[in-house]
Design a binder for this molecule. Structure first.
Ligand SMILES: Cc1ncc(C[n+]2csc(CCOP(=O)(O)OP(=O)(O)O)c2C)c(N)n1
Length: 660
């Protein structure tokens, strides 16, 4: 018995509406509307192997409109991924189910990225498409030639991040990127006419994209458009005119189908209209078999690819495995040790952004997988080095991306580069503009991706650019994100160590906050160990009888050492602790922590920013010294003085406290 096309797409529709109904929450409209497009894509075009979701050359499928998650779970289940069973679908949106409310990235499951915050998936897809270009250039187009397909909704395209990332994709001519726009003209508040009147054709053509328009319920039109897009030299967006909630007699075409269960009565009417007689979560045998056949095609595709590699050369195979599977860091340990020894001898005074550039220069010579970039601040962030080779639309044989003034896009693209596999992205902007990257930083952390954010100009120390550019609350905000290491190194030794930790941390992204102004070399001994690994260490103690502990980060470690000298002139002994990473310090044993921060000493914390991150370390008489108001435009030393961050003022303050 031949299975009709709409029986295949109806299987998606009913799994979706029944799961949403059972969970009593979720979004049925989008999967019902896009089921036809997804079916054509999976049936005729997408190269994937459910038996090996990690196949390197698989086409990537990104559901940017993450609220329609049941579309993705249905496809994974129907095509035979082990990760999603019918039980999981019955447990949609329940604790521990892989079928979470919005898709949550898990390697090897077919869920390629976490989506839900609209627009992010589009940015990730651009990163994946860039990664594919990089590897295609490296290994040849018969080894790497996968495509990146995205389903994006009205909301995705309304978000600002879509402009940043689509514009970059056009500029780089990412021809293997194909976006399906679910043009159903409905969002939560009702018709999109309430809020948007963009001419999408003109918009995307101005970016340098192909723009195709089709009926998203017509099998032939969908397939033809994909074939056309596949042959293009530019990225393509296929605007699919669809009906949200397709098949629902009373709710299709309406916002009411977007984000709540259809209800039992309406579902019964959909069954009648679409002539679907199966019970919830049951798929007719012939339909299930046809979907399995679609999934099974991938095994053959992958085998052919594996054979090709075997024939080509075992060297390529080894190299691919080294890059993708082992995340090989070569002899990073030795390199960092050598660099540390070199600088221990010369003890340079450098801004930590310059320190980071030295680190990048040496590390990038060792690690070709390091892909840098900056949102138009390369010279200020010191992200570009003599080893940086620029990637452009004509040549992807490089390791540096000029992201343009697109911080949010850059961060989402970096997530995509990391998700593709085999690459370690780092990218820079000013710390103040971490706010522009925030939603994507949060997703790096949620997904556990090795992405390294280089944020320079990390305090009022940037001086004359003034309060618009001087970060105050940014470090505290970043530190509030779970699973994100925020490093603020104090000298070149710490900068090298923080880079080393960031590179070795496989499931935690890092922020490295760096100074514009110069700082002295403070590292007291050149030990083989990585002192920043525990988050904090003692820089200098004037006597073991000391009764003052000053904990500082970054540029304020220098200030702490000056205060220490002044205290000593007054016969007050103290200990200076550098704490470049609060998150790592908080993970150490209680013994280590109390060793660093002895509770019977007067504890002072010192950072030129919000005190919020530091309050937990100060008990009784202790003091948090920081800045809890906006900065000032002036030469940086004057700004420090203005906010009481001078050795004289702090020393006086401490003496007063000791007398209390
Ligand atoms: C950044 C972000 N803002 C807001 C939301 C909340 N939200 C979820 S879906 C949606 C809009 C839905 O409209 P559309 O994108 O057209 O999806 P459809 O109704 O077609 O399913 C909104 C505002 C979100 N998920 N992400």
């Amino acid at each position: 018995m031949t299975v009709k096309f709409n029986q295949l797409s109806n299987a998606i529709r009913f799994l979706s509406i029944d799961a949403v109904q059972k969970a009593n929450s979720g979004h049925p409209g989008m999967p019902m509307g896009m089921a036809d497009v997804a079916t054509v894509l999976f049936k005729y075009h997408l190269r994937f192997n459910p038996k090996n979701p990690n196949w390197i050359n698989r086409d990537r499928f990104i559901l940017s409109a993450g609220h329609g998650s049941m579309l993705l779970y249905s496809l994974l289940y129907l095509t035979g991924y082990k990760s999603v069973s019918i039980e999981d679908i019955k447990n949609f949106r329940q604790l521990k189910s892989i079928c979470a409310g919005h898709p949550e990235y898990k390697k090897g499951t077919g869920i390629e990225t976490t989506t839900g915050p609209l627009g992010q998936g589009l940015g990730n897809a651009v990163g994946m498409a860039i990664a594919e270009e990089i590897f295609r250039k490296k290994f040849g187009s018969n080894i790497i030639d996968n495509k990146t397909y995205v389903i994006a909704s009205d909301g995705d395209l309304m978000e600002g991040i879509s402009h940043e990332s689509m514009s970059l994709a056009g500029h780089l001519k990412l021809k293997n990127l194909i976006v399906f726009f679910d043009n159903n003209k409905i969002s939560i508040d009702g018709s999109t006419a309430l809020s948007v009147s963009d001419n999408y054709k003109k918009r995307f053509e101005s970016y340098g994209w192909n723009f195709l328009e089709i009926n998203g319920h017509n099998e032939r039109q969908i397939s033809k458009a994909i074939s056309k897009a596949s042959k293009s030299k530019k990225p393509t967006i296929i605007s699919c005119k669809t009906i949200i909630g397709f098949g629902s007699p009373n709710k299709s075409g309406k916002a009411s189908s977007h984000g709540s269960p259809l209800g039992d009565d309406e579902i019964a009417l959909v069954r009648k209209k679409l002539k679907w007689i199966s019970q919830p979560f049951e798929i007719p045998d012939e339909v299930r078999d046809e979907w399995k056949k679609i999934g099974n095609k991938g095994e053959h595709l992958e085998k052919k690819w594996q054979d090709l590699i075997r024939k080509k050369s075992p060297k390529i195979k080894n190299e691919l495995e080294k890059i993708y599977i082992e995340s090989d860091l070569g002899d990073l340990n030795n390199l960092i040790k050598k660099e540390k020894t070199k600088y221990f001898e010369s003890k340079p005074n450098l801004a930590t952004r310059q320190c980071s550039m030295s680190a990048i220069k040496s590390i990038s010579a060792l690690l070709p997988q390091l892909i840098g970039g900056s949102a138009d601040l390369s010279g200020s962030n010191n992200t570009k080095t003599d080893n940086s080779k620029i990637i452009n639309s004509k040549n992807f044989n490089g390791n540096y991306i000029h992201y343009g003034v697109r911080e949010h896009g850059m961060a989402a693209v970096m997530n995509g580069l990391a998700l593709y596999g085999g690459l370690i992205p780092y990218g820079g902007t000013f710390l103040i503009f971490s706010d522009y990257c925030k939603p994507s930083i949060r997703l790096s952390a949620l997904m556990g991706l090795k992405v390294i954010y280089i944020f320079s100009h990390d305090s009022i120390g940037l001086g004359e650019d003034g309060p618009t550019h001087q970060p105050i609350e940014q470090l505290a905000g970043l530190r509030a994100i779970p699973n994100l290491n925020v490093f603020r190194p104090a000298d070149i030794n710490e900068t090298l160590e923080c880079w080393e930790i960031a590179l070795k941390n496989h499931n935690t992204p890092s922020v490295i906050a760096l100074s514009r102004q110069k700082v002295p070399y403070i590292n007291p001994v050149n030990s083989g160990e990585n002192k920043c690994e525990k988050g904090a260490y003692v820089v200098k103690i004037t006597s073991h009888e000391s009764n003052v502990t000053i904990i500082a980060s970054g540029t304020e470690v220098e200030l702490a050492l000056k205060v220490q000298e002044k205290l000593l002139e007054n016969n007050i002994h103290s200990k200076v602790v550098s704490m470049p990473c609060i998150e790592l310090f908080d993970k150490q044993s209680k013994d280590f922590q109390t060793d660093m921060i002895e509770q019977d000493s007067l504890i002072i914390t010192l950072e030129a920013g919000s005190i919020m991150s530091w309050q937990k370390y100060v008990k009784n008489k202790g003091i948090n010294i920081g800045i809890d108001q906006f900065g000032e435009s002036a030469p940086y030393k004057e700004v420090y003085n203005h906010f009481g961050l001078s050795e004289e003022k702090i020393t006086d303050f401490i003496q007063k406290k000791l007398r209390e």
